[in-house]
Design a binder for this molecule. Sequence first.
Ligand code: NAP
Ligand code: ZN
Length: 347
Amino acid sequence: MTTQATALLTPSTGAPFERGSITRRSLNSDDVLIEIAYAGICHSDIHNVRDEWAPGIYPMVPGHEIAGIVTEVGSDVTKFKVGDRAGVGCFVDSCGTCGPCRAGEEQFCEQGAVMTYNSTDYDGDVTYGGYSTHIVVKQDYVLHIPDSLALDSAAPLLCAGITTYSPLRHWNAGPESKVAVIGMGGLGHMAVQYAHAMGSHVTVISQTRAKEEDGKRFGADDYRAMNEEGTLKALRDSFDLIINTVSADIDLNAMLKTLKLDGTLVFVGLPENRQDFTVFSLTAQRRSLAGSNIGGIRETQEMLDFSAEHGITSQVEVIDADQVDEAYERVVNSDVRYRFVIDVATI
Ligand code: NAP
Ligand code: ZN
């Protein structure tokens, strides 16, 4: 039997959200039905509904930071039972057989992972995300949310958490490393907490000093503001690893020069525009420029367990469905501390 879910949808590019109804498929034997409690607002949702990366599929129901409770399971489901706390992140299927999928890095699936919304699944059906009351997902793409994490502040871990945890692990952040986090929004405030928990020395590079106290509370050892003269010059040759979470253009060339010998700057922020640098900024200190895309299911579960173990969670502002348009404006203006989460019961 299919499920009618109530959803917040946007009918066309940049149009305000409205309530509507969407149909969730009847459960296959390996599917679970989740009643969604909270859905985080990621800056990627905004890029998507504004067609900043590519033309979107409309009507669009965004949301890939999903936390809720399992209310029904298919006949072959072994990993979940009714009543379990469950999370869904940025993708809901992948081919399962290619090299990356077999390595647990489904986000790099050679056939293209099926994204949670604004995508089509392997049957050609459009996917709809977490700004809705229910979702049906294959058990292999659903995460267990540890009991010690509240569902509202755990929801953002499904994207903001894994997107920052994964590159910190991949580039071996640890007690020996000096890590910089550029931009302290949804992703940035998670990056600071994880890098600190991994033992690294952490510097936040923000636009202003407005969030300095929060940064220190999240574990930053140092905090610098771009609106102060000479900030990047003073940081020349400082960092082993930079996680750039900025959603807009940065002075990439100047940022690269803050890396030490063999340091790496990783883009997780996905600005609409091309970014520019001179090759000399790399060659001068054998620096690397890299990118990272969310994380696989195995690592997402590891990140959730690590978060529970270290008491790390997102700092959230829970909002009603009627506040989503306004919240989008506030995110774009860097006026969020540090993630808006929709209380799905208000949809
Ligand atoms: P967010 O909450 O809006 O945070 C972005 C931060 O960037 C802001 O808080 C602000 O930090 C800084 N910033 C914004 N505009 C700026 C500007 N014009 N100049 C300099 N700094 C600016 O967004 P988010 O949800 O963390 O997402 C950040 C980016 O990551 C987005 O582009 C998103 O699409 C992307 N993303 C990528 C992945 C991936 O897998 N690679 C996954 C999720 C999201 P301060 O106020 O501290 O300056
Ligand atoms: Zn996201």
